[in-house]
Design a protein. Structure first.
Lengths: 124, 407
């Protein structure tokens, strides 16, 4: 079990889509207060498709790397397909098993993305 | 002189290999390892004289009772208390809660205040918050300075407000700071207040004399001092215990039960309702024997040496913040630290992959984390079975963590 495999470290040290998004359709932020992981996800959604996505925040390598991977995975996806993503998909992107204590770090970015989409749909 | 390499052989879990690496256990502040002598003492009870205590007029019950009460006497002697001033609880947390409920509820009222410190473990904060909810009293806090020492001027100033209770830790589980408890207890007494001391990180590591300290209440746990989990101790002055109402009601804490009321048992059993953790207390007795054989002065000396070495090696790292006193003589064997650019959880996971077990988190001390403005830190803590080689492996593993993870 190598949770700091090359792909994880690569995304952690060279995050994709990190930063702020102009004209975002959905913005959502959440944190794991116990460990200090914070993730913000911004999405621009047009015709039900995720056109652009950015992430921000700070925290452990797992949460940051997953956030980076998430942005690559969901760009171009239909909103309903993003909502169908689960913990198992995150584990697949990571390509490795996580100890129970680190799973929370890994699922945070996905939770934030889904919550942002749901909040946006409710507002409409 | 403690030969920690020889000692390790007594601790079965230390034989484990983690990911091919020998386990280097540096989290004794969370729980200590347990020597075979303690494990065997508990098994012997279960295998040879398994019976309830204080009840049976038959051989194995008498044997169990003798061993149980015998452990109480050993523990009393260990801290220079009388046996009937030693009350067994589940852990130090329960002991502190016992004070808040059985003493606090009857002695604290709306205009009173309870004095705490910023370096307290949650077990010495939350019970007082619960008390304040029930009794509507105030909570006061003495703060910690940037070097990890208690602001004694602030402590003195708060005492001018005449709090009814002052509760503070003997040794901080994060900073390692050893508070001047004897001095503090005297100041509290002079201010006509009751002193409650959290000794969970003190008794395992240094000689503690409650009579000399003159504190009213003192709490500690067996599992942090080579004993099993599920046993804690509340020491309290006899006079206080006589006046207090019981904490939990049930069997063994009564002399006689009638419909409307009951007569309480003598001390200490008045505060020990129901079947206790017999095996645990017997195991605790064996732990005391083990520590007495090592000698607490030797234990403390050994720990100062290891901690001093660790602190010096941690100095080799750039961007490394170590919290609390930097002089090992002023510090319990605990080193909380933060590597800039490396999240504590990542560091702990990578250290684990190299067999090194340290704690990452808030260490049940949110107020301290707030003070140092970090959500979490790493913490390495040392005990009698840790060696210089353990520190070397720890430092080597940390260097690897730094090279892999530092942004």
């Amino acid at each position: 079990m190598d949770i700091y495999a090359e792909n994880v470290l690569d995304h952690y040290k060279h995050p994709r889509n990190f930063g702020k998004l102009e004209k975002a359709s959905a913005t959502y932020k959440d944190a794991n207060p116990l460990c200090g992981d914070e993730i913000e996800i911004q999405l621009r959604i047009e015709n039900g498709i995720v056109k652009e996505v950015r992430f921000g925040g700070q925290g452990c390598a797992i949460s940051q790397a997953v956030a980076s991977m998430l942005t690559e995975e969901i760009k171009g996806k239909k909103v309903e397909d993003v909502l169908k993503l689960e913990k198992e998909d995150v584990m697949r992107w990571l390509g490795t098993e996580l100890t129970a204590s680190r799973v929370k770090c890994a699922v945070l970015p996905l939770m934030v993305a889904k919550a942002g989409i749901l909040e946006m749909s409710e507002k409409k | 002189m403690i030969d920690s390499l020889k000692l390790k052989a007594n601790f079965p879990t230390l034989r484990r290999k983690i990911n091919g690496h020998p386990l280097v256990y540096l989290d004794s502040a969370a729980t200590s390892q347990r020597p075979v002598q303690v494990i065997q003492a508990m098994n012997e009870y279960y295998e040879n004289y398994n019976a309830n205590v204080h009840r049976g007029i038959y051989t194995i019950s008498e044997e169990a009772t003798n061993k149980y009460e015998g452990a109480r006497e050993k523990i009393a002697k260990f801290i220079n208390a009388k046996p009937h001033e030693i009350i067994f609880t589940k852990n130090a947390t329960e002991a502190l809660n016992l004070i808040a409920y059985a003493y606090g509820d009857y002695n604290i009222n709306e205009n009173d205040s309870v004095l705490l410190t910023q370096m307290e473990h949650h077990s010495n904060i939350v019970p007082w918050q619960l008390l304040a909810k029930r009794r509507k009293n105030k909570l006061l806090y003495a703060m910690v300075d940037d070097d990890g020492f208690l602001d004694m001027l602030e402590f003195d100033a708060h005492l001018q407000n005449r709090p009814k209770i002052a509760a503070f830790t003997n040794v901080s589980n994060v900073l390692g700071t050893i508070n001047p408890v004897k001095e503090m207890v005297k100041k509290v007494r002079d201010a006509d207040a009751i002193s409650v001391v959290d000794g969970a990180q003190a008794v395992p590591h240094m000689k503690v004399n409650v009579k000399e300290m003159d504190c009213d209440f003192y709490a500690f746990s067996a599992h942090k001092m080579l004993g099993p989990t599920g046993v804690g101790v509340l020491y309290a002055k006899e006079g206080l215990l006589q006046k207090m109402e019981p904490f939990l009601g049930g069997g063994d804490m009564i002399k006689e039960v009638d419909y409307e009321q009951s007569r309480w048992n003598d001390l200490p059993w008045k505060f020990e309702a129901g079947t206790p953790n017999v095996a645990g207390v017997i195991g605790f007795g064996a732990a005391i024997d083990y520590l007495n054989k090592l000698g607490m002065e030797s234990a403390r000396e050994h720990e100062i040496g290891i901690t001093d070495y660790a602190l010096n090696r941690l100095n080799e790292f750039e961007d490394m913040t170590v919290y609390g006193p930097r002089d090992a003589k002023l510090k319990g064997g605990v080193a909380a630290f933060f590597m800039k650019g490396v999240h504590p959880h990542d560091a702990a996971s990578l250290l684990d992959q190299q067999g090194v077990a340290v704690r990452a988190g808030h260490h049940c001390a949110h107020l301290l984390m707030k003070k140092f403005n970090v959500p979490a830190t790493l913490r390495a803590s040392f005990y009698v079975y840790n060696s210089k080689e353990d520190v070397e492996k720890f430092v080597g593993a940390l260097k690897m963590v730094e090279s892999v993870l530092k942004k």
